[in-house]
Design a protein. Structure first.
Length: 188
């Protein structure tokens, strides 16, 4: 199958593809420890950024709080899943080693992401997610790669919920990132 050119993808899908690629690149570059050193699991959590005159996200959070709408909250973790991670939607293949996870809960949508490593091939990883997600009502979108990178996108709820899975292989190890934009009901 021919890879789908990035510019031909719908705008939201391009954003998710770009986010997955950037996440994988940042993870591979920043999360590795020197040879032979273990990095202990850590968890960081924030409920809302501190207000700042120049920070638009802080202004949005302050506006949300003033209007009674809950401000988005974000959690990240290394070597483990964050609390409340939607494992019912983003299950992990057997034997996958979690490298990093995050969850940002919002009033209208939430964004969850996990990066993990495994010895499974990209085809096996994409097949796992195709089976898991289509059983949940997601529809696999055409194409299995973007610019040569194994990548698959799944949608449901008229495109309001989107899951993207990308895989990078180095030295026989597959590192995959599964990211999802989900409606509040999918986090329960």
């Amino acid at each position: 199958m021919n890879p789908t050119p990035l510019r031909a993808l719908p705008s939201r899908r391009r954003q998710l593809v770009a986010a997955a690629a950037v996440s994988a690149a940042l993870f591979l570059g920043a999360c590795s420890s020197p040879a032979g050193q273990d990095v202990p699991p850590t968890t960081a959590s924030t409920s809302a950024p501190a207000p700042s005159a120049t920070d638009s996200s802080a202004s949005a959070a302050a506006s949300a709080s003033a209007s009674g709408t809950p401000a988005p909250s974000a959690e990240t973790a290394v070597k483990e899943l964050v609390a409340s991670f939607p494992t019912q939607v983003l299950a992990l293949p057997k034997g996958a080693a979690i490298q990093a996870s995050s969850l940002e809960k919002g009033a209208t949508v939430s964004v969850a992401q996990v990066t993990a490593t495994t010895t499974e091939t990209p085809a096996q990883i994409l097949e796992f997610y195709t089976t898991s997600l289509t059983a949940q009502g997601f529809k696999a979108q055409p194409g299995d790669a973007v610019d040569g990178v194994p990548l698959k996108t799944y949608v449901r709820a008229d495109g309001q919920e989107i899951v993207t899975v990308s895989v990078v292989v180095t030295s026989g190890t597959s590192t995959f990132t599964a990211g999802a934009t989900l409606l509040p009901g999918s986090l329960k």
